[in-house]
Design a protein around this ligand. Structure first.
Ligand code: DGT
Ligand code: MG
Ligand code: MG
Ligand code: MG
Ligand code: MG
Length: 282
């Protein structure tokens, strides 16, 4: 087709490729979920249906995008991790972020009625999500990022569990509970829960304490203990892998089962037992 005199406008588009051979984390977060969770009467502090819905939507995103190697979710947020070898959309930032956000949102809305059969979605409280891409230049830093999110989950959950127990079971006002919790450390909150309400925080559900981690499990793969290196020379850029190898890996990833787990991802054990997450080699 002949160029039109309008073609020059294409030059205004800015390229936005992300650095090669670097971990890409796309973190999405629910917009205005404080109000949304009130409107649909989410249970406090944790609504199991809401978390299961987040996880179900995230699993669909993982299935749709085989270049994702792991995802971690808590509250109204999810972090999706692309392997450093990924060449998806030539690593263009806006394409990666908008694809994740819209695919996730589409599934979240599609699946809503399954998890909330008696609370139909109603404008203006329609779920939407924002998203951003952050690069992590080493496996160590990627793991520290994941640990940061899981520690955040624990701190918030311990606070919220204590606060809502004081309010709902202890019949305190929100302000009274907030005042009493000001300046307390973890052990104080554990003690309030145990001494006053007979609740052992350790017995709370893992999904609330640890958040949710999604990854691929391969049919023939027994969890095995292999020392994985957190050094980065192990990561071969996809461009340097052979075409057939790339295709083979992609096919295996696509066929793999996506599992939803509620386990510690801070310690080495999780990663050592599932070396394919970091290596990218199923
Ligand atoms: P944002 O992200 O700046 O648009 O604002 P929000 O309101 O989404 O705030 P954010 O993301 O910092 O906090 C998440 C909110 O979602 C928080 O107010 C509690 C609410 N939320 C998330 N999961 C649950 C749940 O399981 N139960 C209840 N009751 N609330 C939840
Ligand atoms: Mg936010
Ligand atoms: Mg939010
Ligand atoms: Mg949030
Ligand atoms: Mg198009």
């Amino acid at each position: 087709m002949a160029n039109s005199k309008y073609e020059y406008v294409k030059d205004f588009e800015q390229p936005d490729p992300l650095l090669p051979n670097t971990w890409i984390v796309v973190r999405i977060d629910g917009r205005g979920f404080h109000k949304l969770s009130d409107f649909y009467k989410f249970e406090k502090p944790n609504d199991r249906r809401a978390l299961d819905l987040m996880n179900a939507a995230a699993a669909e995103v993982m299935k749709d995008l085989p270049d994702l190697c792991i995802a971690y979710g808590v509250s109204d947020e999810f972090s999706f991790v692309f392997h450093p070898s990924s060449q998806l959309f030539e690593r263009r930032s806006a394409k990666l972020v908008t694809t994740i956000v819209s695919t996730f949102t589409a599934h979240y809305i599609y699946l809503w009625a399954t998890f909330f059969p008696s609370n139909p979605l109603k404008p203006p409280f329609l779920p939407s999500f924002d998203g951003r891409a952050v690069l992590y230049p080493s496996t160590r830093i990627l793991r520290d990022y994941m640990s940061w999110r899981q520690v955040d989950c624990h701190i918030n959950n311990l606070y919220n569990t204590t606060f809502w127990t004081m309010v709902l079971q202890g019949k305190m006002s929100n302000t009274e509970a907030e005042q009493e919790l000001k300046g307390t450390v973890s052990s104080d909150k554990n003690e309030i829960l145990f001494k006053r309400f007979g609740i052992n925080y350790n017995n709370e559900e893992e999904i609330y304490k640890k958040g949710s981690v999604l990854y691929r499990q391969y049919a023939l793969q027994e969890p095995k203990t292999i020392q994985t290196s957190t050094e980065d020379e192990a990561v071969v850029p996809e461009a340097q892998q052979s075409k057939t190898q790339q295709e083979k890996f992609k096919k295996l990833r696509r066929k793999a089962q996506v599992v939803i787990d509620h386990v510690d991802i801070i310690k080495d054990e999780f990663w050592e037992r599932r070396p394919w997450i970091i290596s990218g080699k199923p």
